[in-house]
Design a protein around this ligand. Structure first.
Ligand SMILES: Nc1ncnc2c1ncn2[C@@H]1O[C@H](COP(=O)(O)OP(=O)(O)OP(=O)(O)O)[C@@H](O)[C@H]1O
Ligand SMILES: [Mg+2]
Length: 283
């Protein structure tokens, strides 16, 4: 055997050994992405998405605003986005709500979908779930800016009940997406007065894809129930179920008082109450 043949065989053996090591340590690639996350969710749960939920789940927009009435299914649809993103596309998804307990409610919804989908979990502790191929779901406390999202790098950020998440926490959360070119951000909630970041984004923010759905458009909420709530809540009914940004919800809390409570800039004045922002997709 010539010296050249010997060295060529040796090189092949080294390359084969190296390939085996690399393969053993390689992070498995995520399963092929399901083209239609709506079909994925409906097949998994046996539920039918409402038209606006379908639009949100299948949207390729980078920045989405959802202003919806109580119990209309807004948390469910972002949980579905998070689960599909983490499982099928290996995305690192952060969930931020006014409190850690509330973030965990969304987180558990995501986890339930992943369990239903038979996802294996590399790590599964309260508030942090990692999938073997790199997808992850993280829950953050919105009432503790220091422990909140600083220092994280996320691909998708979901801010639930954005109307009552402190403005400084929402501001601190945005840079977690800074270095991810194809990041997405969804802010969702029921209105909480004409104040704060959520209201500013809805009424005057640029670059947001807007979706809105009132509770009386939800097929799971009866007209009788809504009528009872209308009588019980008075003017607040319009805020909670018809998703109107009221100037002074209930006549008790004016925007300045709400700003004091939630830490926003006091005294800002914004366009009229109850208007659906231009370009919003209303259903
Ligand atoms: N398309 C659907 N089909 C069947 N059930 C649904 C659907 N969407 C949501 N739900 C169920 O409706 C209930 C309310 O949904 P969800 O919690 O997402 O609403 P929400 O708008 O976030 O409510 P809240 O205003 O209290 O935060 C939940 O039990 C959820 O599982
Ligand atoms: Mg909710």
């Amino acid at each position: 055997m010539t010296l050249a043949t010997q060295s060529s065989r040796l090189r092949s053996r080294v390359e084969a050994a190296l390939a085996a090591v690399l393969d053993r340590d390689a992070v498995p690639s995520p399963p092929a992405p399901e083209l239609d996350p709506a079909a994925w969710y409906e097949g998994l749960t046996g539920r039918s998405l409402d038209p606006w939920q379908r639009a949100v789940l299948t949207s390729s927009g980078q920045r989405l605003l959802l202003v919806c009435g109580r119990q209309s299914g807004k948390t469910e649809v972002v949980a579905a986005r998070a689960a599909h993103g983490a499982l099928r596309r290996g995305r690192r998804v952060g969930i931020l709500s006014p409190t850690y307990r509330q973030s965990l409610i969304v987180y558990r919804r995501v986890r339930r979908l992943l369990v239903l989908a038979g996802a294996g979990m590399a790590r599964d502790t309260a508030g942090l779930l990692e999938l073997p191929h790199g997808g992850a779901v993280l829950a953050f406390p919105g009432d503790d800016p220091d422990r909140a999202v600083r220092g994280e790098t996320l691909q998708d950020l979901i801010v639930d009940e954005a109307g009552i998440v402190r403005d400084d926490v929402i501001t601190a959360a945005a840079p977690t997406l800074a270095t991810v070119a194809d990041h997405t951000e969804v802010h969702l909630g029921t209105p909480k007065g004409q104040r704060g970041t959520f209201w500013k984004e809805w009424s005057a923010g640029e670059g947001w894809e807007r979706h809105t759905a009132r509770s009386d458009q939800c097929p799971r909420i009866s007209a009788q129930y809504l009528e009872r709530m209308r009588v019980r809540l008075g003017p607040l009914y319009r805020q909670e179920f018809l998703c109107e940004f009221l100037a002074a919800p209930g006549g008790v809390l004016d925007p300045e008082r709400l700003d004091e409570l939630f830490g926003g800039a006091a005294g800002a004045s914004w366009p009229g109450a109850g208007e659906v922002a231009e370009g919003a997709q209303a259903w």
